[in-house]
Design a protein. Structure first.
Length: 550
């Protein structure tokens, strides 16, 4: 009996096991049928609204848009405000309009989807309507021309990009030109300082403007460029009713860009730049702490006289050096010059791409923040760097004594640049080496910790924080030479608050800055200084415009 029961149970188990594959096949077949039916239904729904250019369907875009609508910089829905954009596309060399140039708009939040597309007419005109408010990347491409890329903030009913010039693709066999070149630079500065009761600050208003026109000859061939330029820098303080400063501009420039072929176009690899003569200080790429140069010094000393060298590698590491000759020895004039240098070694560079992939935008690469700028991604960079100056304050025919003032700032830095904000932090040690050869003879070496942080939103609003904890860096500021003249700002060019006697100086800046294109930039700042006992307030408005290729 027991054997019989065992045989029956075994047969039942075999039957059940044999039936499972059949059931699974039936279930799988049913699921496949449902999936196929759903897929056919989805294809049928999408086919009615599929775009002719092969891009993703409107229904797919809508689904992605809804996920980002409420994020900063996201395009608004059709129920909200929209804008119209216009532009004229021309050939930079001939000035003639370009027919059939492709203009595409991509939102910074969904750069994998093309929002708008248009082709230029026979007169080069582009007109695109119904653009939802938001932040976009604009790409303009044409066969045989270098692609033009712009960032666009759509916040008004009409957006006029003006005339957009397109250059011929970089080809070594055609990179040769000689031309007359001109440019005009304009700077306007309002700087009001309320430092009542502070130990080292003086209340005053610096209000003026500067004009810097240049003209000369430019020759380029296969990545190298030669320029010979002449001009004048005119500075006027409002209320003086005269030109307060008239300084000549005269220089030779040589630049060399290592051209490398990438995806059928030539892009820049290593870069070298040299200026010799009298030229604008804006050629310097690095950012120097306020301990080196104050706002006032930079406005009134906008030119370098001597030599400037710059080198940047493919990886982004760089070094720059300048010799700035301030005055020659003549009568009571001292011989004075300054050596300036800065460098950065990139230790880590990481891109974070949305979805872990590069989106199909078919864009030619550029060297700075390519992925974060074009794909709405973020970029993290860590580097080690330094700032350095050496000011030699020599004697004159009438005044004896030689002063040396060196300042060195080694630091580590981290930057995070995303599609809607930028965050930069750097910190290190400020070390000064100062020597009065006639008086003390040896070096005095005050120093301290220095930290800086900056945060800026895509809207232009931002904040900068700087703190110094240490000894006063301007030991001989109040000392006098053999003629009884204090060294003061003639020896120290940094912000005077770094003279701190309390061991602390804090600078907090709240600002709004906007680049309007065509070289026009506006910045409004509210700056708050703390010297260890009191707060001072500084308000600044600066407007700059640079017009090239006249």
């Amino acid at each position: 009996m027991k054997s019989y029961r065992i045989i029956i149970i075994a047969a039942y188990l075999i039957f059940c096991c044999a039936g499972l594959p059949a059931q699974k096949r039936e279930i799988s077949s049913g699921q496949a049928y449902v999936q196929q039916s759903a897929a056919k239904q989805l294809v049928a729904q999408q086919s009615d609204i599929q775009q002719a250019d092969g891009q993703q369907s409107v229904s797919q875009q809508t689904g992605i848009r809804q996920a980002y609508t409420k994020q900063p910089g996201a395009p608004q829905t059709d129920a909200q405000q929209s804008a119209a954009m216009r532009a004229v596309i021309v050939d930079k060399q001939t000035g003639e309009p370009i027919l059939g140039a492709s203009v595409d708009l991509y939102s910074v939040l969904t750069p994998e989807i093309r929002d708008k597309h248009s082709l230029s007419a026979a007169n080069g005109a582009i007109n695109i309507g119904s653009i939802p408010y938001g932040r976009y990347y604009v790409t303009i491409s044409s066969i045989g021309s270098q692609q033009v890329e712009k960032e666009l903030n759509v916040d008004s009913a009409e957006i006029d990009l003006g005339t957009i010039e397109m250059e011929e693709l970089l080809r070594p066999d055609k990179l040769y030109s000689n031309k007359l070149q001109g440019s005009v630079g304009f700077d306007y500065s309002f700087d009001n300082r309320e430092y009542s009761g502070m130990e080292f600050g003086r209340s005053e208003t610096i209000f003026g403007a500067r004009l810097l026109p240049e003209v000369g000859w430019s020759s380029s061939s296969q990545g190298s460029r030669h320029q010979v330029m002449a001009g004048v820098s005119l500075t006027a303080d409002f209320g003086s009713n005269r030109i307060d400063s008239y300084r000549p501009v005269l220089y030779y420039r040589y630049s060399l860009d290592d051209l490398r072929r990438h995806n059928s176009v030539y892009v820049i690899g290593n870069r070298f730049d040299m200026y010799a003569g009298i030229f604008s200080r804006t050629v310097m790429r690095a950012e120097y702490s306020g301990a080196f140069f104050s706002d006032k010094y930079l406005f009134y000393n906008n030119l370098l006289q001597g030599l400037f060298l710059y080198y940047e590698g493919v990886g982004g590491s760089y070094i720059e050096a300048a010799l700035d000759w301030h005055s020659r020895r003549e009568g009571s004039r001292r011989e004075k010059f300054m050596l300036i240098s800065s460098g950065g070694l990139k230790l880590f560079d990481s891109y974070s791409k949305r979805g872990g992939r590069i989106f199909p935008r078919h864009q030619s690469p550029s060297r700075q923040n390519y992925l974060s700028r074009n794909y709405g991604s973020s970029r993290h960079t860590i580097y080690a760097g330094y700032n350095f100056t050496m000011h030699h304050h020599a004697a004159s025919d009438e005044v004896s004594g030689v002063m040396d003032n060196m300042l060195f700032y080694p630091h580590a830095a981290w930057s995070w640049h995303a599609f809607n904000f930028e965050l930069d932090i750097r910190a290190g040690w400020l070390q000064s080496f100062q020597r009065d050869r006639t008086g003390i003879g040896g070096f005095v070496m005050p120093g301290g910790f220095h930290g800086e942080a900056g945060f800026k939103m895509w809207s232009g609003f931002g904040i900068k924080e700087s703190i110094y904890l240490g000894e006063g860096l301007m030991t001989y500021y109040d000392a006098a030479d053999s003629a009884g003249i204090p060294y003061g700002e003639g020896l120290y060019f940094g912000d005077p608050f770094y003279r701190t006697g309390s061991g602390v100086y804090n600078r907090l800046e709240l600002f709004w800055e906007r680049n309007f294109g065509a070289g026009v930039n506006i910045k409004v700042s509210s700056i708050h200084h703390y010297d260890g006992s009191r707060w001072g307030w500084q308000q600044m408005l600066s407007i700059s415009a640079n017009i090239d290729n006249l």
